[in-house]
Design a protein around this ligand. Structure first.
Ligand code: DAH
Length: 330
């Protein structure tokens, strides 16, 4: 009996050692451990026959069984180490970064030149205590013309200039409409800057677009004078263009009295850059302000014009084509 059991134990050990050495995964190894050394494993099954041994045989077989168990456990541990380190090596190899590979090109985003001008202008005016106001691009005749003291027969109301909508509304031809919308809701003192899109029935060419951008200024308070207007415009233009000569030229707008156009000396030439003036008392009256108490100044200018001058552009259409070769310069 004892010889038989001893042989079986040694055979089990040999089988186990071979199987463990051949195990190629940690899962397989765990299966083998359960199979040989687990509670219901093969070693346990053999030892259940110990009861049939004599008292002298038992310690001897017991010692052999212990050795078998220790050897198999040791082989399992060793193989586990080998497999684990192989796994780490494989992972390291798989995750290796080849620093010589070409990178993935991700073009950097940029601010569109029009937004750049608008941002810059907003910064300058916010620095002077102005807030940013918005109106609507679809307007009524009242806000775009009537309340801005623009009589029915004024050329600016001509069908050729304005996009009229079938319902009698229109696409605003200038941001001056925001003046009325804002003053209707607020009381003086007022200091706003209103950037936005405007629309005109112009033929598109190198200097004209049917859709373009303007920035409107409006200040209303007690005691504002033309000097305040001049000082504000000067500070703004110098911040935008640098310390260049500017001049105010008498002009006409229905909503300002007196009115002026501002020229800037750019590369030795006088360049018209904005319209402005003292808010016409009729405009103040149209929003219910007391024109005896309050006065105001207003100005408006084209963003495209500023962009073209500052960036030396020859064609306004480049601003709308979304051509990255062009836009990447800014
Ligand atoms: N709205 C005028 C235009 O589109 C520009 C303008 C001129 C705005 C004088 C003003 C201003 O606020 O006072 O041509």
């Amino acid at each position: 009996m004892s010889n038989n059991l001893e042989a079986q134990l040694l055979q089990l050990q040999q089988q186990g050692e071979t199987a463990i050495a051949a195990a190629d995964s940690l899962e397989r190894l765990e299966d083998l451990r359960i199979n040989y050394l687990g509670k219901k494993g093969e070693l346990g099954a053999l030892l259940r026959n110990m009861g049939k041994l004599t008292a002298e045989e038992r310690p001897k077989i017991g010692a052999i069984a212990n050795t078998v168990k220790e050897v198999l456990q040791e082989r399992l541990d060793k193989q586990k180490q080998i497999l684990e380190s192989a796994q780490i090596q494989a992972q390291l190899a798989a995750e290796t970064i080849d620093v010589t590979m070409p990178g993935i090109y991700r073009p950097q985003g940029r601010i569109h030149p029009l937004n750049g001008i608008i941002d810059q202008a907003m910064d300058i005016f916010v620095g002077m205590g102005y807030t940013v106001a918005q109106g609507t691009e679809m307007e009524t005749d009242y806000y775009n013309f009537e309340a801005l003291n623009t009589p029915q027969d004024h050329p600016a109301r001509d069908m050729q200039d304005t996009f009229y909508l079938p319902d009698g509304n229109l696409l605003r031809t200038h941001t001056s409409a925001v003046q009325i919308r804002y003053m209707e809701k607020e009381e003086p003192p007022i200091r706003i800057i209103a950037p936005g899109r405007v629309y005109r029935r112009d033929d598109v060419d190198a200097t004209h677009s049917a859709v373009f951008h303007q920035i409107e200024l409006l200040a209303v308070d007690e005691g504002l004078t033309f000097t305040d207007l001049k000082g504000t415009v000067k500070v703004f233009l110098q911040a935008m263009f640098g310390d260049l000569p500017i001049r105010f030229r008498a002009s006409y707008f229905p909503f300002t009295e007196p009115s002026a156009e501002v020229d800037l000396q750019w590369n030795g030439k006088w360049l018209e850059v904005m319209g402005c003036g003292m808010v016409d008392p009729n405009v103040l009256k149209s929003v219910g302000y007391d024109a005896e108490v309050y006065s105001g100044f207003a100005a408006g200018f084209g963003v495209e014009r500023f962009a073209m001058v500052l960036h030396q552009m020859d064609d306004i259409r480049r601003l709308y084509n979304s051509d990255l070769r062009f836009l990447q310069q800014f």
